[in-house]
Design a protein around this ligand. Structure first.
Ligand code: ZN
Ligand code: ZN
Ligand code: ZN
Length: 264
């Protein structure tokens, strides 16, 4: 049985599927909320729930820096729920917890935007920017990373001086190269398992040698290189970086062409 809104401020219980659970878990709460038409940012909650489960089993899977981000993400969800669903004021309902949450959230989001702005003028390629914004400190997992002051003062460009350009983590003070982290973040997002029939999404770029060539877009996110020949001029099959020396033919039609030349 699930409670559903009758559309008139009341509740109707309707049988939906078979349920054996005796305790209410997140999945049940989710079903209840759906029944009542309550919209919640579930990805933010699930992220926190997964983290909490790991902690409960004493196998923390997230660093303190990451947890700080999850908590900050959860804050607007809670405020929204209290105000729009409970018609209460968070400051009254949460009492002393509220100012602590508010301070954490404000610190976190402000620092986040200061960090983002600091990267604006250091020559990050526009296509790599989203991957820079996803980077986390290798030491503590915090997303609060800034360009190093030395590199800023030297007027260094991240795009061309990626072998020396460093970040500094605001949360733990660790400093390291930023480019390998950006490239790793991109490659992790396109991680695949060939045993599952997966195919690579990113490969090394022929033009700049970085592992930033996005195969489905046939474009390098770092240097912007694109293919001279996008498709075979005979059969229109899509060509890749490896087919660029065939004068715009796929390997099959190159073979056919070569054979015709030899037979002549
Ligand atoms: Zn850190
Ligand atoms: Zn490239
Ligand atoms: Zn062809």
């Amino acid at each position: 049985m699930l409670p559903q809104t009758d559309g008139d401020g009341g509740v109707e219980w309707k049988p939906v599927g078979k349920f054996k659970r005796t305790t209410i878990d997140v999945a049940t709460i989710k079903k209840r909320f759906e029944g009542f038409g309550i919209d919640v940012d579930w990805p933010a909650i699930e992220q926190m729930q997964e983290c909490r489960n790991h902690l409960e089993h004493l196998h923390p899977a997230n660093t303190l820096g990451e947890v700080a981000g999850f908590v900050a993400d959860l804050f607007p969800v809670l405020r929204e729920f209290i105000q729009t669903q409970l018609n209460e004021q968070p400051a009254e309902l949460l009492a002393t917890a509220w100012p602590v949450m508010l301070a954490h959230h404000e610190f976190f989001t402000n620092t986040m935007s200061t960090c983002a702005a600091a990267w604006d003028n250091v020559g990050v390629s526009e296509l790599m920017r989203p991957w820079l914004d996803k980077c986390q400190c290798v030491e503590c997992g915090s997303p609060l990373l800034r360009p190093s002051q030395d590199d800023i003062e030297d007027g260094a460009s991240l795009e061309s001086q990626d072998e020396s350009f460093k970040y500094v983590c605001i949360a733990c003070g660790h400093s390291d190269l930023i480019a390998p982290l950006m490239i790793k973040t991109l490659n992790d997002a396109y991680d695949y398992d060939p045993r599952d029939g997966g195919e690579p999404g990113v490969e090394e770029c022929n033009a700049c040698d970085r592992s930033t060539f996005l195969i489905h877009e046939q474009r390098c996110l770092w240097c912007g290189a694109q293919l001279d020949y996008q498709e075979c001029s005979v059969c229109e099959e899509a060509l890749g970086q490896g087919d660029q020396y065939n004068g715009g033919l796929c390997s099959y039609h190159l073979h056919v062409f070569d054979k015709a030349m030899r037979d002549d």
